[in-house]
Design a binder for this molecule. Sequence first.
Ligand code: SF4
Ligand code: SF4
Length: 424
Amino acid sequence: MPQLYVMFKTVSTDCNLDCSYCYYRESLEGVRVRRRMDNGLIERFIPAYMEYVADAGVASMAWQGGEPTLAGLPFFQKIVEAQSRSVAPGTLVSNSLQTNAVLLNDDWGAFLKRYNWLVGVSLDGPREMHDTLRRDRGGRGSFDRVMRGIDVLRRHGVAFNVLCVLGPHNVDRPVELLRFFRAERFTHVQFIPAMDFQAMEPERPPVYLITPAQYGAFLTAAFDEWHEEGSPRISIRTFDNFLQSYTGVPNDLCVHSDRCDSGIVVEYDGSAYPCDFYIHPRWRLGNVLETPLREIAEGPARRAFVFQKQPLPDECRRCEWLRVCKSACFRNRTEGEDGTRPDHFCASYKTFFPHADARLRGLGSAIENKRRYLRMAEIAPREVARVGRNDPCPCGSGRKHKLCCLSPAAERSYLLATPPEFKA
Ligand code: SF4
Ligand code: SF4
């Protein structure tokens, strides 16, 4: 059986903040209702899921909301208990939590560290950017509370990445943003353009909060700041995803993959959907409490969704960047009446790729060389150790050993130490 990634909407749309651009509300009017996934669903679904992924050997689960920590720590303790009771021997279990970090305390820190959960924290940059749109219902900014949550994660040694939404509040300040993230010693950052649409209203044409020109300018300036002469020190997921395509590795982001395959989304009541931009009865795949998982994951409704990028818009078919861009996000195509126009951010990609292409190629071949070097160092460590600092690097780059795989810059670069395909 294939792998299957599952995103749980642990508390549905409920949240302790009220960020103005949130796409996961009941409606554009922004109502929020208190809902919780109950333990019974977890107790029944997790064994079925573990059985489904036993052959693939990977169980990958993401816990989101709304704000998932509102479900309370005991709920998450029940999750790991259910997982450990039902996991097949040899299966790798991965859990991630996407949170605004406001409720994190030492009990959470100890739990997340103990079970090795990866945490995604939403943070839109320094205080004046973050607090513009990420406020609570009383209108108070959340920056200080988020940074306190991040301190908890640091104290407990929990692995985390930062998810930064790009909107009018920060999109024109890419260099400032990156310098802030570097100064905070964040190692993994992801940027997402803000879209003023609702997951529950997929038929409604989306409204975009930033223009393609703004996003294109952001990507190019952020790339220049990030690249650091071929030895970037932090991971930016968008660039890592492009690098996957440059190194022939399947892209782990659906937006830049051939298919709309981002696993399944399980709402608080067990109803399942093919993507968290499509939480609507028309796209409902069944309910995990009633419908066999195989039917949900492999049935005709999900298959149709997974292949919906085809046929490609004419402009994509003719595009020289299709091999990297892959026609981007289907949800952003809906501007055209028949869905045949490319992604709203098409012009951003057409600005970015020519700008970054040569350097992405350079990074791609550096990764391939380093991979070769690591293999040689493993197979023939003595031979590699005998290569002098001024000799040609055994990786085959043609550069001196000391300026290539032995250089401090190479050591500093997260990319060369952990090529994108090795990352979670
Ligand atoms: S850059 Fe535009 S035209 Fe080219 S593949 Fe991407 S969305 Fe399609
Ligand atoms: S619609 Fe967009 S987000 Fe959803 S699966 Fe397709 S590419 Fe991914």
